[in-house]
Structure formats: structure tokens, C-alpha cells
Design a protein around this ligand. Structure first.
Ligand SMILES: [Zn+2]
Length: 123
């Protein structure tokens, strides 16, 4: 089933969305406490993959990372155009610490969703 999975693009799923902007910064878990001061900016255009995963700041992290899919989906459903929040990585700190120590990096995000002003206009 997985191998037949078609790549979905944002426009296939939500044709009414012009752009999704994800601004985020991270703070690493207990091991060194690195905190990013500046935001990374991800711009997801209609012809980009329908995928909102962000890799963990901790390069050794196992099975971690962040998926903003649920957050963005609920914003779209409630017609919200701005969401801010945070999440904690649930991966493992590194290979040696699998099942022993969680990664615990934090992600701080701001998501803006731009809908078409008038869906008929640009057709
Ligand atoms: Zn992590």
C-alpha cells in the first residue's frame, strides 16, 4: 500500500490556499541547551508537497522531529489564518539513549495561512 502512495501537493488538497508560511525556531533538549534566536521561514506554495514536517535541531535525535500537519489542518478547518504554539520532540536523545532518554527539544512556531481573496479571480 505504501509504495503506491501518491505524492500529494498542497493545491491538490486545498486549492483555496495561496501560501502557508511557517516560522519556527528551536531549543535543544537537556544535553546542551542551544536555543535559536532567529526564526527559520518555510514558505509552502500550492505546488509544494503537502508535508509539514520539520527536522529536530538535535542531529543525533532518533525517531523525532515535528509534524505540524494536525495543527495546520485544524487551523484550515476552523478558517484560522494565524496560529502560534510550541511542541516538544518525542524522539530519543541519540542512538545510545533509545528507550532511556527523550530528546525533549522544543519547537516554537507561528503559522500563517493565506487563502485566495477570491477563488474565482485567478481562473
Ligand atoms: Zn528530537
Amino acid at each position: 500500500m505504501l509504495e503506491n502512495k501518491k505524492v500529494l501537493f498542497l493545491r491538490d488538497v486545498y486549492p483555496d490556499i495561496d501560501l502557508i508560511i511557517i516560522k519556527y525556531r528551536m531549543k535543544s533538549g537537556s544535553f546542551d541547551g542551544t536555543e535559536e534566536k532567529d526564526y527559520h521561514v518555510l514558505k509552502i506554495h500550492p505546488d509544494f508537497r503537502y508535508d509539514f514536517t520539520i527536522r529536530c535541531i538535535n542531529r543525533d535525535c532518533k525517531d523525532g522531529g515535528f509534524d505540524l500537519f494536525g495543527v495546520i489542518l485544524s487551523a484550515i478547518i476552523s478558517k484560522n489564518d494565524k496560529i502560534t504554539g510550541s511542541a516538544t520532540c518525542e524522539g530519543w536523545e541519540d542512538e545510545e539513549r533509545i528507550k532511556k532518554h527523550r530528546c525533549m527539544s522544543d519547537l516554537f512556531y507561528e503559522v500563517s495561512i493565506l487563502y485566495h481573496q477570491d477563488a474565482c479571480q485567478d481562473k
